[in-house]
Design a protein around this ligand. Structure first.
Ligand SMILES: [Fe+2]
Length: 383
């Protein structure tokens, strides 16, 4: 099942003009108030596993926090206090398909822009302390209630509490305050201090996070990509040096250099460099990338396979981006496919695929669909 973010076109436009990257806001009843795709028991179960990143934060006093790192044991849970602790599990969308499907509600932000979904479970009083991130985050209150306070001030590296194992803000002049309940979504831009305290037991919050990109990352990705381009073999065009003293440079040098680089820095070249970078799996995902199916499915099997499996899901770490000129990038590589633009759009714009049979009529599209299945970029939806 796909999810819909419950807001009006007007609210959505207002979000992008006023909130995205600027100021926090709450969208009431944006998502289901009774999401049952993950339970506290399943979340705690994940935190017992070796390859899952989990933490428990316990607050012992006003400025006294303890950080524990997973994997945990059942005995760890039995020894926890009654109140004031939070369990946090990273990358739940990569492990629990029901949580991955929740991302269909966030189709108003490009899928290739997403980092991961962290889910927290807190008992009354549970919180991770006042802090700021370099992330855009949508905090979906899945169950229970939480009170948030927020500030745009003092979100700087020198404003932190000493002697605490977490990066917490010392000065936190509250500017905004919200109480959220099941179904509400709080959006927080990067560099906004936030502090959320659970008001009841079984308080579950999903954080859908989008990392800020640093110019340095774009520059490095661009440099790597440029070095591999055929345009790299073109020559620097020496301008006329008439009148330039022999040990000096003037504006002509930069002009000539820019003229040499320009063909590579305009679209589609730049688009492709960015699509390659944005679809490259991150460190945590690289080990989870799918292996091709062995033995592969054959084209003759495809109609029966689609009958058997009506719904397909994007592999949980696979990233795709389609550029304006129709180039499709998958996991950091351009996929040279003969498939129609409609097919490429369908593949890139979804993470849940409900009508794959429609591509059987066109041999190129059917072959491309088979390729996506055989590479396990899309997998059967088990639900
Ligand atoms: Fe945060």
């Amino acid at each position: 099942m796909a999810y819909t973010f419950n807001w009006t076109r007007f609210q959505k436009a207002g979000f992008f003009s006023q909130n995205w990257g600027r100021t926090p806001c709450v969208i009431r009843n944006a998502l289901p108030a009774d999401f049952d795709g993950i339970t506290p028991e399943v979340l705690a179960g994940l935190s017992l596993e070796e390859n899952v990143e989990s933490r428990i934060v316990i607050q012992h006093g006003p400025q006294d926090y303890e950080l524990r790192r997973g994997p945990f044991t059942e005995a760890d849970y039995a020894a926890l206090p009654e109140q004031d602790w939070t369990l946090l599990v990273q990358g739940v969308d990569r492990i629990v398909p029901a949580v991955q499907k929740l991302l269909t509600a966030f189709d108003f932000i490009p899928y290739w822009r997403l980092d991961d979904v962290m889910i927290s479970y807190a008992v009354t009083g549970g919180n991770v302390g006042p802090h700021y991130d370099h992330y855009h985050v949508f905090l979906y209150q899945m169950a229970g209630h939480r009170r948030w306070t927020l500030t745009s001030q003092h979100c700087t590296e020198d404003n932190y509490l000493e002697g605490v194992p977490l990066r917490l803000m010392k000065d936190f002049p509250v500017e905004l305050e919200y109480e959220v309940g099941p179904g509400d979504v709080l959006y927080i831009p990067p560099l906004w201090g936030h502090h959320g305290v659970a008001l009841d037991d079984a308080c579950m919050t999903a954080s859908v996070g989008y990392r800020s990109l640093r110019a340095k990352e774009l520059m490095e990705a661009l440099a790597d990509w440029l070095a591999e381009q055929p345009a790299g073999n073109s020559l620097f065009h020496d301008p006329s040096w008439l009148g330039l003293p022999p040990g000096e440079m003037d504006g002509r040098v930069a002009q000539a250099a820019l003229a040499t680089l320009r063909p590579a820095l305009t679209t589609p070249g730049l688009d492709h460099a960015l699509a390659q970078m944005m679809t490259l799996p991150d460190q945590a995902a690289v080990d989870l990338l799918p292996e091709p199916l062995a033995p592969p499915a054959m084209l003759d099997d495809l109609p029966a396979l689609l009958q058997e499996t009506p719904v397909w899901l994007r592999d949980s770490v696979t990233r795709m981006a389609l550029t304006e000129d129709g180039a499709l990038f998958v996991n950091g590589n351009r996929w040279e496919t003969e498939a129609s633009l409609d097919f490429r759009r369908w593949l890139a714009d979804h993470i849940l695929y409900e009508d794959a049979e429609r591509w059987l009529g066109n041999p190129q599209d059917a072959a491309a669909l088979l390729h996506a299945i055989n590479n396990q970029w899309i997998v059967p939806d088990e639900d």
